[in-house]
Design a protein around this ligand. Structure first.
Ligand SMILES: [Zn+2]
Ligand SMILES: [Zn+2]
Length: 323
């Protein structure tokens, strides 16, 4: 079991009560700021603010909505800073709940936006022609997986949000140290959830900013689709395995609540995927001609499949295919 003990109590209680947790000072000069995600069961993304001599740095930002922006601005104010103090924002991955506010932040503050080279490359492909080609490739792929029409046509919120011409200011690789004076934070490449997902380890303070790579309660979606990672589950399991070699420090995730037990949580997630592989292997054995969609309807999910909307069903069929 992961140990939550004395850490993340306010966040965990807020999660249980379906409330937004407070802005908290996790360590001197380091705060967690919940940024609401409208109409999403995850409810909020946790942005982390780090005090610098010359301002503030953020890790992950929130979705590009007015409500999210106001929450980020207000949260930063509660740390005793102003949003215009932000000099640097490290993005764990290119999903809209993490990157969405980056263009507005840069426009408002001039902050440098940093991300892994693979995410920076993906960001460079948001021209209208690239997006149209991508949508068509997904349509073909989902049809091949046997998905019904409403699932094939379900809108992808990850495509409609980024404007063409966006780019990263700082491109990171695993092992790079973030250019944040006063902090000793290293990027850890953790592909799986996305090709260029980064976690950040702070060895001085025994902290791991885990993004979506590792959350306390749910397992992140692992999808295989056109333009995504090849063998994403394999890559994710390797990333989890590598995570067990990190210091067993406090985890500051991008959703839910912080916790202790890096190694135990990594092992739990690996065991979860082992069980899923066994279940899906058995389903394939029972009917080897099945499409990925048919298998998706036959295996167990954390909620009834009839209760999932087409967008969730698309994630489910892609996760099945990844296994
Ligand atoms: Zn994500
Ligand atoms: Zn997320």
């Amino acid at each position: 079991m992961i140990v939550t003990e004395d850490v993340g109590v306010a966040q965990r209680e807020a999660w249980g009560a379906k409330l937004l947790p407070p802005v908290e000072e996790v360590r001197p000069g380091l705060w967690s700021i919940p940024v609401p995600m409208p109409h999403n069961p995850l409810r909020y993304v946790l942005s982390y603010a780090l005090a610098l001599d010359t301002g503030l740095a953020l890790i992950d930002l929130g979705m590009d909505t007015e409500e999210s922006w106001q929450a980020l601005v207000d949260g930063v104010a509660q740390t005793g800073h102003h949003i215009t103090d932000v000099r640097y924002a490290a993005i764990t991955h290119l999903h809209p709940d993490h990157f969405g506010l980056a263009p507005r932040l840069r426009e408002t503050t001039g902050a440098a936006i940093a991300m892994h080279t693979a995410e920076a490359t993906a960001l460079g492909h948001f021209t209208p022609a690239d997006v149209a080609a991508d949508i068509e490739a997904w349509r073909v792929d989902l049809t091949d997986l046997g998905a019904p029409d409403d699932v094939v046509e379900a809108p992808r919120f990850d495509l409609v949000r980024f404007k063409a011409g966006e780019s990263a200011d700082v491109v990171l690789s695993g092992g790079d140290r973030l250019d944040l004076p006063g902090w000793n934070i290293e990027a850890v490449w953790t592909p799986g959830h996305t090709p260029g997902h980064l976690a950040f380890v702070d060895r001085d303070n025994d902290l791991l900013f885990s993004g979506d790579h590792m959350l306390p309660r749910i397992s992140p979606n692992i999808s295989s689709g056109p333009g995504e990672l090849e063998s994403p589950l394999h890559r994710y399991l390797l990333s989890l395995h590598a995570t067990t070699a990190l210091p067993d420090c406090e985890v500051l995730p991008a959703h839910e609540y912080r916790f202790r037990g890096v190694t135990d949580r990594a092992r739990q997630l690996m065991a979860h995927h082992d069980e899923r592989l066994d279940e899906i292997r058995a389903a394939v054995g029972a009917d080897p001609e099945s499409t990925a969609w048919e298998l998706t309807t036959r295996i167990t999910w954390s909620r009834p499949i009839d209760a999932m909307n087409p967008r969730l069903l698309r994630l489910a069929v892609r996760e099945t295919q990844a296994h």
